[in-house]
Design a protein around this ligand. Structure first.
Ligand SMILES: NC(=O)c1ccc[n+]([C@@H]2O[C@H](COP(=O)([O-])OP(=O)(O)OC[C@H]3O[C@@H](n4cnc5c(N)ncnc54)[C@H](OP(=O)(O)O)[C@@H]3O)[C@@H](O)[C@H]2O)c1
Length: 324
C-alpha cells in the first residue's frame, strides 16, 4: 500500500527523513480492526516525529499520521481515536504512562490502511465530509479538552489563543466561538490574524502585543516565544492551558513570581479521551462546524503538505485523501 513514512530521523531537516512509497499491508491482530482510510489530516506531531521527538531510530520505518477517518472491512464509516492505551489499562487513557499515539509505537494514518484497537473507533455521522471527519482526532480533540475540560471558562469569558493559523489554534477559535466564548488570538502575521477573525475570533493582536484588558484563560501551544506574554495577559486566578511548545520549551523567564503572586493555574493538556472525541464529533456535527482546511492533497502529494506544516505556512488543517 502507499504510505508517507519516516525512513530516518533528521532533527534539522525533517523533510529529508520523509519517504512517500510502498509499505506492506498491515496484519490485523486479535481485537484490532483494519480501516481503509479516506482522509487523514497532518499535525505538527508528524514534523516532530521526523525530527526524532517522540520517535526513536529503532522504531523506523514508521508510517506517520495521527488523524484519520475511513471504512472498516465490514463497511462502517469511522473516525479514529489515536490514543492507544497499554493492554489492561482502564480509566482516562491519556493518563496511562504507557499510552502512545498512532505513529509512535504503531503505524499511523498517512497510508491507505491502518489497524488499531477495535475499541478506538467512533462512528462517523452520516453526512459529515471525509475532510472534516479526518481532521478531528488530534488537534481538534486537543482543543476540545483544553477549552471545555481544562480552562475553567464559561460563555462570555475572554480566552486568548497564542498563534492564529495552527491546527490547534484554528480549532480553538472555531470551537470557542461556537460555544459563546470571546476568542482573541495573537499571530506573527497580521493577515493570519485577520483570517482568524473571519473564522470567528473577536480580535487579533500581534505576537507579544499588550492586550486592552486581561483575559480569563490563555491557550498555549507556542511555548518559549509567548510564555511571558501568556502569564502577563491573565487576570488574577486565571488559567494557562498548555499543550505544546512549538518554539521551544525553555522560555527566557519562567515567570514563577507572577504565577504565584497572581495565583495562576498552569494546566498541562494532552489529546483527550474517546468520550471527549465522541462529544467533539457530536458538537461539530450538530453545530455544522467545518474545520478550516488549508489544502486537500492526494496521499501521493503528501510531501507538499508536510513542507507547509514544517514551514509554518499552513492555515488550518492539511488533509490527505485516499481511496474513491
Ligand atoms: N499535547 C497534545 O496532545 C498536542 C496535540 C496537538 C498539538 N500539540 C502541539 O501543539 C503545537 C501546535 O500544533 P499544531 O498541529 O497546531 O501546529 P501548527 O499547525 O504547525 O501550528 C503552529 C502554531 O504555532 C504558532 N507559532 C509557531 N511558532 C511561533 C513563534 N515563534 N511565535 C509565535 N507563534 C508561533 C503559529 O501561529 P502563527 O503562524 O499564526 O503566528 C501556529 O498557530 C505543536 O507543538 C504540537 O506538537 C500537542
Amino acid at each position: 500500500m502507499l504510505a508517507a513514512y519516516a525512513a530516518r530521523i533528521s532533527p534539522d531537516d525533517p523533510l529529508s527523513a520523509l519517504e512517500i512509497g510502498e509499505r506492506p499491508d498491515p496484519q490485523v491482530p486479535d481485537g484490532w480492526t483494519r480501516v481503509r482510510l479516506r482522509a487523514a489530516a497532518l499535525n505538527h506531531h508528524d514534523v516532530w516525529s521526523l525530527r526524532g521527538v517522540g520517535l526513536s531510530a529503532d522504531r523506523l520505518p514508521m508510517i506517520l499520521g495521527c488523524d484519520g477517518a475511513g471504512v472498516t472491512d465490514d463497511g462502517r464509516e469511522v473516525i479514529l481515536h489515536s490514543v492507544i492505551a497499554s493492554p489492561g489499562w482502564s480509566g482516562d487513557e491519556t493518563l496511562d504512562p504507557r499510552r502512545s499515539l498512532l505513529s509512535e509505537l504503531y503505524d499511523g494514518t498517512c497510508a491507505e490502511q491502518v489497524v488499531l484497537p477495535s475499541s478506538n473507533l467512533v462512528p462517523k455521522p452520516e453526512g459529515m465530509s471525509w475532510a472534516t471527519a479526518g481532521s478531528l482526532s488530534t488537534a481538534w480533540l486537543t482543543a476540545y479538552r483544553m477549552l471545555f475540560s481544562n480552562a475553567g471558562v464559561s460563555p462570555g469569558d475572554t480566552v486568548l489563543v497564542q498563534g492564529a493559523g495552527g491546527g490547534v489554534a484554528t480549532a480553538l477559535v472555531q470551537l470557542g466561538s461556537a460555544a459563546g466564548l470571546r476568542m482573541w488570538v495573537t499571530s506573527r502575521d497580521a493577515e493570519r490574524g485577520q483570517r482568524a477573525v473571519a473564522l470567528g475570533a473577536d480580535r487579533a493582536f500581534a505576537s507579544g502585543e499588550r492586550l486592552p484588558e486581561r483575559v480569563s484563560a490563555v491557550m498555549e501551544s507556542v511555548g518559549a516565544a509567548t510564555w511571558s506574554h501568556s502569564v502577563n495577559s491573565l487576570n488574577p486566578g486565571g488559567t494557562i492551558v498548555i499543550c505544546g511548545a512549538t518554539s521551544g520549551d525553555a522560555p527566557a523567564r519562567a515567570e514563577l513570581t507572577k504565577i504565584f503572586f497572581k495565583q495562576l493555574r498552569v494546566v498541562g493538556s494532552t489529546m483527550g479521551t474517546i468520550g471527549e472525541l465522541r462529544r467533539l464529533v457530536d458538537l461539530v456535527d450538530r453545530q455544522g462546524i467545518s474545520p478550516v482546511i488549508d489544502a486537500e492533497l492526494a496521499l501521493a502529494e503528501a510531501r507538499d503538505g508536510f513542507a507547509r506544516v514544517a514551514a509554518g505556512e499552513s492555515f488550518g488543517k492539511i488533509v490527505l485523501t485516499m481511496g474513491a
